[in-house]
Design a protein around this ligand. Structure first.
Ligand code: PGA
Length: 252
C-alpha cells in the first residue's frame, strides 16, 4: 500500500517572517495527521528557518529546485548537498521552470540523478500544455517526459522517487482535471512507461501525485482514484485552513 502524500509548493511566496508564521499555524494540526506524508517546499530563502521549525515533527521539508553540480562557480545556483542539509525532498521539472527558465527533459534528468545521489527524494513534475492536450498529444508528451526525465535511475532508487502529474492548463487556473482523466494519464502514461523502464514492482511502489488547482472542495475526487496517491498543491498551500482541508481529505 502506498502512503498518501500532500506536498505544498509555496513557489515564490512568503518572506522568512511569513513562512515562520504559516509553519507555526500549521504545526499542531499538521503534526497530528500522521496518516499522510506531509511536505512543505518554501522558497530557498526560508528553507533554513522552516527546516528548523519542522525538525523532529515528522513533517518533511523540501526545495523547489536544485542544480546538478556539487559546487563551484555557478552564481545563483544551489547544490544538492546544500538542499540535503536542510530537507529531504526537492521538486524537479515544475512546468513553471520548464516554461520560464529553460528547463528541459535533459536538465530534469541530470537534476533527478543528482538529487538521488545526494539522498534526496525528487518530486518530478510532468504534464502537457493546453495546446498539447487539445492536439491529442498528452500521451506522447507525458511518456516522453517520463522516459527522458527519469532515465538512468538505479534499481535501488527506482522505487523512491515521487512523480507529480500536473497538466499545465490546470496549474493556478482554477480549472482542475477530472479525477478519472488524471487517473488515466497516471496509470497509462506514467506508471506504464515507468514499468517498462524499471519493472512493474517499481511502477506500483512509486507515489504519483496530481497537481493543478487542487483545493479542499475537489481533493477527495482525486484521492478516491486508485492510481493517485496525493497532491502537489500550489495556491491552496499558502493558507492553513485550505492546506489542512486537503491534507485531511488525503487521510480518508
Ligand atoms: P496550483 O499549483 O495548486 O496553484 O494550481 C500547483 C503546482 O504548480 O504545483
Amino acid at each position: 500500500m502506498r502512503k498518501p502524500m500532500v506536498a505544498g509548493n509555496w513557489k515564490m511566496n512568503k518572506t522568512v517572517a511569513d513562512a515562520v508564521t504559516l509553519v507555526n499555524e500549521l504545526l499542531p494540526e499538521l503534526k497530528a495527521q500522521t496518516a499522510v506524508d506531509r511536505v512543505l517546499c518554501p522558497p530557498f530563502t526560508a528553507l533554513y528557518s522552516v527546516s528548523g521549525l519542522l525538525k523532529d515533527s515528522g513533517i518533511g521539508c523540501g526545495a523547489q529546485d536544485l542544480f546538478w553540480e556539487a559546487k563551484g562557480a555557478f552564481t545563483g545556483e544551489v547544490a544538492p548537498d546544500m538542499v540535503a542539509e536542510l530537507g529531504k525532498y526537492v521538486i524537479i521539472g515544475h512546468s513553471e521552470r520548464r516554461t520560464y527558465f529553460g528547463e528541459t527533459d535533459e536538465s530534469v534528468n541530470k537534476k533527478v540523478l543528482a538529487a538521488l545521489a545526494a539522498g534526496l527524494t525528487p518530486i518530478v513534475c510532468v504534464g502537457e500544455t493546453l495546446e498539447e492536450n487539445q492536439g491529442g498529444k498528452t500521451e506522447a508528451v507525458v511518456t516522453r517526459q517520463v522516459n527522458a526525465g527519469l532515465s538512468g535511475i538505479s534499481a535501488a532508487d527506482a522505487e523512491k522517487i515521487v512523480i507529480a502529474y500536473e497538466p499545465v492548463w490546470a496549474i493556478g487556473t482554477g480549472l482542475a482535471a477530472t479525477g478519472p482523466d488524471a487517473n488515466k494519464v497516471i496509470a497509462e502514461y506514467i506508471r506504464k512507461p515507468y514499468a517498462a523502464l524499471y519493472g512493474e514492482a517499481a511502477a506500483q511502489a512509486i507515489r504519483v501525485l496530481y497537481g493543478g488547482s487542487v483545493k479542499g472542495s475537489n481533493a477527495a475526487e482525486f484521492f478516491g482514484q486508485p492510481d493517485i496517491d496525493g497532491a502537489l498543491v500550489g495556491g491552496a498551500s499558502l493558507k492553513k485552513a485550505d492546506f489542512m482541508e486537503i491534507v485531511n481529505a488525503a487521510a480518508k
